[in-house]
Design a binder for this molecule. Structure first.
Ligand SMILES: CC(C)(COP(=O)(O)OP(=O)(O)OC[C@H]1O[C@@H](n2cnc3c(N)ncnc32)[C@H](O)[C@@H]1OP(=O)(O)O)[C@@H](O)C(=O)NCCC(=O)NCCS
Length: 165
């Protein structure tokens, strides 16, 4: 069993989280979305300034996971239309399939429960099969299929999944 420590993200962590996100996205999304969409979404979601703003937002919770002292993954949650949403969940490819994602999900779900939300929701690309399998393993089921126009001609073709807490 790995020793996994989950800690809140703080402002000095932001550049390392951005670098980790870029590395994981580049290992995950080619073949699922185009390189142009990867670059656009990274720019939209993982600019340093965007994350500094997220950290100031009372309706967002940013967690990071360390394994043996190495920053290995992160999970960002937020309130979305009154629901508690796991908005980002990423684990370094070297450490996937060893329970880090599950630990981050459990942490996020426990917080949702404490805050009185009945479920954790998330969206996942319909072609991201490994992530979908992982979400099923950790108790999520598909609620609906959604397509979202994110601008510049890009569409997110997702399942909305939920896990009751
Ligand atoms: C999805 C993700 C967050 C899961 O985290 P994790 O630490 O790998 O997950 P866990 O170890 O808790 O759960 C493992 C389960 O995930 C699935 N899974 C994860 N990696 C997998 C892989 N390479 N191949 C097949 N299934 C995989 C399996 O269901 C696995 O269970 P099993 O080993 O018993 O078959 C992680 O794999 C990841 O970061 N993937 C790339 C980024 C991504 O797609 N993020 C989600 C965006 S919505």
């Amino acid at each position: 069993m790995l020793k996994i420590d989950i800690k809140p993200v703080t402002p000095p962590d932001v550049p390392a989280i951005v670098a980790l996100a870029r590395e994981i996205w580049q290992a995950t999304y080619p073949g699922i979305i185009t390189q142009e969409q990867i670059d656009f979404m990274l720019e939209q979601r993982y600019g340093n300034e965007r994350l500094y703003d997220d950290l100031k937002d009372a309706d967002k919770w940013l967690d990071q996971a360390f394994v043996g002292g190495r920053r290995s993954g992160f999970a960002f949650c937020e309130l979305s239309k009154g629901e508690y949403k796991l908005d980002k969940l990423y684990v370094h490819p070297d450490l996937q399939r060893q329970g880090v994602g599950g630990a981050l999900i459990a942490h996020a779900a426990a917080r949702a429960g404490k805050l009185g939300y009945p479920a954790v929701i998330l969206t996942v690309n319909k072609h991201n099969e490994k992530a979908i399998q992982s979400y099923h393993k950790h108790g999520f089921t598909v609620r609906e299929s959604i397509e979202t126009d994110i601008g510049r001609g890009f569409i997110m073709d997702d399942y909305l999944m939920e896990k009751r807490v």
